[in-house]
Design a protein around this ligand. Structure first.
Ligand code: BGC
Length: 769
């Protein structure tokens, strides 16, 4: 576990430069604005170890699949988010010496992520040569108010000598992905233009033909007055730059402002890109740094005013939850239904920036409770638009009649994953997509969604389950064979309890809603039947039969749900008996040994108990938790949060707190030694849920909002804001009780510790329990 970061409520601070952890810090200090993101690389040249990464949402490349043993049904491509043309570059030469933090003597260094105002800053002092000392700082942000703009303020002050500073301000499209399958570069130049003070560079992606155009302008100020200089123009393939020099006397500050706009053909006609870039870059310069920064800060102020979590008495937990909320909002703003949330957001290339079930099962619940309903709705629409591709995907695997199998990993709806035990077998993902529709409607009350979009998706998924379940004569039950559950440390198992549960739930939920619209809107029902070619009588009879006769592995003796058929044949021993030096087991044991062991990567049966908690009494939840948690190694970032929520639910607050810290500080403390690859955006949403659903006990049952707050003994108090049916409310929990304030105009009805309350909008807007 590494933690070189200082504890602070609103800041993440790397004090002193840690080149050996540079990749980790580049991930941790990343900035983004939903439209694009940037790892915390240095603007100036750096010859040490780093991973330069700049990403634009929705701009990807389908890299040809590379596998050892090709299996029919594998996708031909793995879509990956591309490392986009570099916008931050500013090379610096001082008195003939190139500024390179790997080479100069660093006397002090701080890298700071300011989460309150949304910017990245470096403040450092170096000895450039023979005692000549320079103070530098760089501050940059990706505007939340003007998402196409990235802005840098770069300051240099010679402390004890007269400096001649030469700058090269550039845009560079000659970039590569670290994770290419064949070492190829993915960008081709389309256009470049460079004059004194301005550069434009347009490049296109191979195959997908996304055009991305960057424009830069800059200003150099000395002691608050503009500096004039001669400019040398550098114009070469995929690269445009201006080089110029300025002198600074001892103690004088030179400040360079670099303004960049990034446009893409996702939002503009290719032929208009240059004119949009010109317009936007002029707008940026005219608005100026201060005004743009003010607008950006203001957006963050709005975000924090509705989604902050305040923890009193535990700075570690406080910093962690803000870090999580900050990155979630940097990753997705919900403005564009074509975009989704990669498990690493904009902080790295791992997982290809593609969409996983993580979105529906973990991240959507965060946005459901913190953002206006358009945001989660856009996430659902993203999948709605991929329905046709999901039907094609299922057809390719041999399913018929409009059955839909949503991809395990995707960018544009096509499956990208290529390990048979996951691509073909980890089918529980389909259930999460159905569950998300239910979750969205129960939180927002937007029942129209079901009629207009939801049912089509549910029918496709139900048809898949109906064909994937087969009847076992031996058991006299329906079975689902050859699957991988959420616990990927078991493959090709029969009757994974979680998968069978979510399959049957989907069938019931689809039927219930079909019956409802058949009764209430016969016209719409007819349209749906026509559109989906639904044979209602035949298909619903089969679904009903499966619902009634599904096999669910259960052990009568221990009274726990069994993860899959035969699971109890394993030697069951708590994970605490594994030699500590062999953890994480996925970095130390052979895959074969992992598969044969009882150890569980992430919540599996417990994931089902979390989703369908209201069907089970506390005793059942507790029995299963006590059986499965000790044999879970939490080697997926999706694990600890679900366990924490369940631990709170069964009243095991100490365990809930231990697991909360693990999930919330997963990246800051690099528990799994992999932050260099990027942050765990999914588990960040899980951390927030561990507070709000876990400690706060927030649930929506039977159309009602419920709260059952608990407080860990380490905290004096905590408070969070959340939404239910577009009503924003604040919950403050302390040892003395619970205070709830209604922050909107409409009356809030809710159930606190099983008692019903009503809180009028504004005016008389609080209750104390
Ligand atoms: C987990 C999956 C998850 C994926 C991306 C894997 O390690 O087991 O459940 O979807 O990571 O976060």
């Amino acid at each position: 576990m590494n933690s070189c970061y200082k504890k602070d409520e609103w800041l993440i601070i790397e004090e002193g430069f840690h080149p050996e952890l540079n990749r980790e810090s580049e991930s941790v200090f990343s900035i983004g604005n939903g439209y694009m993101g940037q790892r915390a690389n240095f603007e100036e040249h750096y010859s040490g170890d780093y991973h330069r990464g700049s990403y634009i949402a929705g701009v990807y490349y389908p890299d040809k699949t590379r596998v050892g043993w090709w299996k029919n049904g594998y996708p031909e491509y793995f879509a990956k988010v591309l490392n986009a043309p570099d916008w931050i570059g500013i090379d610096i030469v001082v008195n003939g010496i190139r500024l390179d933090l790997a080479k100069v003597k660093i006397s002090s260094f701080k890298r700071i992520l300011n989460m309150k105002e949304g910017f990245l800053e470096r403040i450092f002092r170096i000895d450039i040569s023979r005692g000549r000392s320079l103070s530098l700082s760089s501050k940059r942000f990706l505007s939340m108010a003007e998402p196409d703009l990235g802005i840098i303020r770069y300051s240099i002050k010679p402390e004890n000598f007269k400096a001649s500073v030469s700058y090269t301000v550039y845009l560079d499209a000659d970039v590569r992905n670290e994770d290419t399958n064949y070492g190829k570069k993915f960008w081709k130049e389309v256009y470049r233009e460079v004059v004194a003070g301005k550069g434009i560079l347009t490049a296109r992606t191979m195959k997908t033909d996304f055009h991305v155009s960057l424009g830069m302008r800059y200003l150099l100020m000395k002691e608050n007055s503009p500096v004039n200089f001669e400019t040398e123009i550098i114009d070469r393939p995929k690269y445009v730059a201006n080089t110029f020099s300025a002198a600074a006397e001892k103690g004088e500050e030179l400040v360079l402002y670099k303004f960049v706009t990034v446009q893409s053909s996702l939002n503009h006609d290719k032929k208009n890109l240059t004119s949009v870039v010109n317009q936007r870059i002029d707008f940026a310069v005219n608005a100026g740094y201060d005004k743009l920064f003010e607008g950006h800060k203001n957006e963050w102020r709005k975000i924090w005013s509705t989604s902050d979590v305040i923890i009193d008495g535990d700075i570690s937990a406080q910093q962690a939850i803000r870090f999580n909320i900050f990155h979630l909002n940097q990753t997705y703003t919900g403005k564009d239904e074509r975009l989704n949330i990669g498990p690493k957001g904009f902080t790295g290339e791992k997982y290809g920036g593609s969409t996983y079930w993580d979105t529906e099962a973990f991240v959507l619940p965060f946005f459901l409770k913190t953002a206006s309903r358009e945001v989660p709705r856009n996430l659902l629409i993203y999948r709605y638009k991929h329905l046709e591709k999901s039907i094609e995907n299922a057809t390719k695997l041999g399913f018929k009649n409009g059955a839909a199998l949503y991809p395990m990993v995707t960018m544009n709806g096509e499956e990208c994953h290529n390990e048979w035990e996951i691509t073909f077998e980890e089918i529980h993902r389909n259930g999460a997509i159905a569950f998300a529709i239910f979750n969205y409607i129960r939180h927002t009350g937007d029942t129209q969604y079901m009629v207009v979009y939801g049912l089509e998706v549910l029918i496709g998924i139900s048809r898949f389950w109906s064909q994937r379940a087969t009847y076992s004569q031996d058991k006299g039950k329906y079975v689902i064979l050859g699957v991988t559950g959420p616990n990927e440390y078991e493959n090709n198992v029969n009757n994974n309890w979680y998968t069978n549960t979510i399959a049957v739930w989907t069938l019931s939920y689809t039927l219930e809603n079909l019956e409802l619209i058949k009764k209430e809107s016969p016209g719409k029902f007819k349209d749906l039947v026509r559109k989906t070619k639904l044979d209602f009588t035949y298909e619903s009879n089969r679904w009903k039969d499966i619902i009634k006769n599904m096999h669910f592995p259960y052990d009568k003796e221990t009274k726990v749900f069994i993860q899959q058929d035969g699971f109890l044949d394993k030697v069951i021993a708590p994970a605490s008996t594994i030699t500590p030096s062999e953890r994480p087991i996925n970095q130390h044991w052979s895959w074969d040994r992992i598969l044969r062991s009882c150890y569980i990567k992430q919540a599996d049966v417990l994931q089902g108990l979390y989703f369908f908690e209201d069907r089970f009494n506390t005793e059942t939840l507790k029995r299963n938790f006590d059986f499965y948690e000790p044999i879970t190694v939490h080697e997926s970032s999706l694990s600890a949060c679900i366990h924490s929520i369940l631990a709170s639910r069964i009243g095991n607050i100490n365990k809930a707190y231990e697991l909360y810290l693990r999930t919330a500080r997963l990246d800051l403390d690099d528990y799994n030694n992999e932050v260099a690859d990027g942050l765990h955006i999914t588990s960040m949403a899980g951390s927030w849920l561990a507070i709000v659903e876990g400690f706060g006990g927030m649930r929506v049952h039977d159309g009602k909002l419920h709260l059952n707050p608990l407080i860990p003994e380490q905290w004096n108090s905590y408070s969070f804001n959340a939404r239910f049916r577009e009503i924003l409310f604040e919950v403050k929990v302390s040892g003395k009780g619970v205070l709830i304030r209604n922050l909107s105009g409409k009356t809030l009805q809710l159930v606190v510790y099983k008692k019903e309350y009503e809180i009028a909008g504004f005016g008389k807007s609080r209750i104390e329990v």
